[in-house]
Ligand binder design. Structure first.
Ligand code: ZN
Length: 285
């Protein structure tokens, strides 16, 4: 464990120990590699994982090569293959494929895109897939010890593990259209506001084509309202419920939203909890 703590301070890690506490169910046992996002979202090519923020001469950027897609060895075989792989991931990968096909058709026929397009989906499975892989991302520190409670992650785990749960009311999942290939997971980050009297927005950011998600915990006040984001509020206790997901195709948000804050804002995060991944072929060397 000492070695892992030391490594965490130095570089971003995507491989946890062979045995540890599963980042989803917290069972102690063998850990497996989880593709983040799942392979069905196009995450299949050799990838480079790195910190989100630029290196400095004192602290050169250390990149990690991840073969066959960006993955993290942080969850058990059951959570990986059964819970996510079989139960939840198909609902996510189907929507991703539908959106890709929609753009393919639109570009073939030179269709003028509407501002908003609806896509069929299974909200409860879709969201559990997203949150399960987010729990696995940048979670090497979580798997080497199980000694402290983090209310946001505990709430997400409970939701992912129990198919009859509704999303707890402290959790708000914002989402937007993200037409970029850079995959980003930024956990336990905070947006603060100058002169905001301590107002802040705390949570996790998770972005991969074609979605950006901002999972906000217990926001006091309504600072997030200024961004005009849609939230996933279809959560119900019926795991196979279906609905239609509105995706706003325009106007586009900055690829760096929300971590590049508004003029009156600031963004705080921790290096080892903020990673980005690119296909190796397109990553800048
Ligand atoms: Zn597990």
């Amino acid at each position: 464990m000492a070695n892992y703590s030391k490594n965490l301070a130095e570089r971003l890690l995507n491989r946890g120990p062979n045995i540890g506490y599963c980042a989803i169910c917290r069972t102690y046992g063998s850990l497996t590699k989880d593709h983040v996002p799942p392979k069905g979202c196009g995450n299949i090519n050799d990838s480079v994982i790195s910190h989100v923020y630029d290196s400095s001469p004192e602290r050169p950027q250390k990149r990690v090569l991840s073969q066959g897609g960006s993955h993290f060895r942080t969850i058990c075989g059951h959570c990986n293959n059964t819970l996510l792989g079989t139960e939840y991931d198909p609902a996510l990968t189907e929507v991703v494929r539908d959106i890709e096909m929609y753009f393919q058709r639109a570009s073939d026929s030179r269709l003028v895109l509407p501002r908003t397009q609806l896509f069929e989906y299974q909200p409860n499975r879709f969201l559990r897939s997203v949150l399960g892989h987010l729990l696995a991302a940048n979670a090497v520190k979580d798997v080497v010890a199980n000694d402290h409670a983090i209310p946001l992650d505990d709430a997400l785990r409970e939701y992912v593990l129990d198919p009859s749960k509704c999303l707890p009311e402290e959790v708000c999942v914002y989402y937007w259209f993200y037409p970029h290939r850079r995959r980003v997971a930024m956990k336990h980050s905070v947006m603060g506001f100058f002169g905001g009297n301590g107002a802040s927005i705390y949570g996790h950011v998770f972005k991969f084509f074609p979605f950006g998600f901002w999972i906000v915990w217990d926001e006091q006040g309504d600072r997030s309202r200024q961004f005009g984001l849609r939230s996933l509020d279809d959560s119900s206790q019926f795991i196979s419920a279906t609905s239609r997901l509105p995706v706003d195709l325009s106007p586009l948000r900055s690829p760096n939203f929300p971590e590049a804050p508004p003029p009156d804002g600031m963004w705080a995060t921790t290096d080892y909890l903020a990673s980005q991944a690119m296909d190796r072929a397109s990553a800048h060397s």
